[in-house]
Design a protein. Structure first.
Length: 148
């Protein structure tokens, strides 16, 4: 009987454990300030998405400039998501959450990074690999503390 109760409790706890998300969105749940996540990769530019081409992923709404970009995103969303939930990558490296300037975008090693402003981008890039490692180390704690 004790083993059965332990199993039931374990299953109940697992059912209630919900993974948290931490995504930089506006009040309408729009990610990337409406910029096309695929455009950074496919077109090497920051381009505004069109509200008629949208996809939702982990509760965030993404807009795309074309139906083809939306299709690419839906096929593999993780490929196009910004690192550190779309918050400032340098901010995450110092265990903080900062807003971003979309003009600081860069795709490096197949990943999209954003930063708070051009000066922070320079600081981030001065030790890119070290700062990425710090951001990746800090990110789970930031999600646990601030995620929903």
């Amino acid at each position: 009987m004790k083993r059965l109760l332990t199993s039931v409790l374990t299953i109940a706890l697992a059912a209630n454990a919900v993974a948290k998300d931490l995504i930089n969105v506006d009040d309408n749940r729009l990610a990337l300030s409406g910029y096309d996540a695929v455009g950074f990769f496919a077109d090497s530019k920051a381009e505004k998405g069109d509200p008629k081409y949208v996809a939702t992923y982990h509760g965030a709404i993404y807009q795309f400039s074309t139906a083809e970009h939306r299709k690419q995103f839906k096929a593999n969303p993780e490929k196009y998501l910004p690192q550190t939930g779309g918050y400032c990558a340098y901010g995450a490296s110092v265990n903080g959450l900062f807003p971003v300037d979309i003009n600081t975008w860069q795709v490096r090693n197949g990943k999209l990074y954003l930063n708070k402003n051009p000066d922070i981008l320079k600081t981030f890039n001065a030790d890119f690999n070290g700062n990425v490692a710090k951001a990746e180390k800090n990110w789970p704690g930031l999600v646990e503390k601030n995620g929903k």
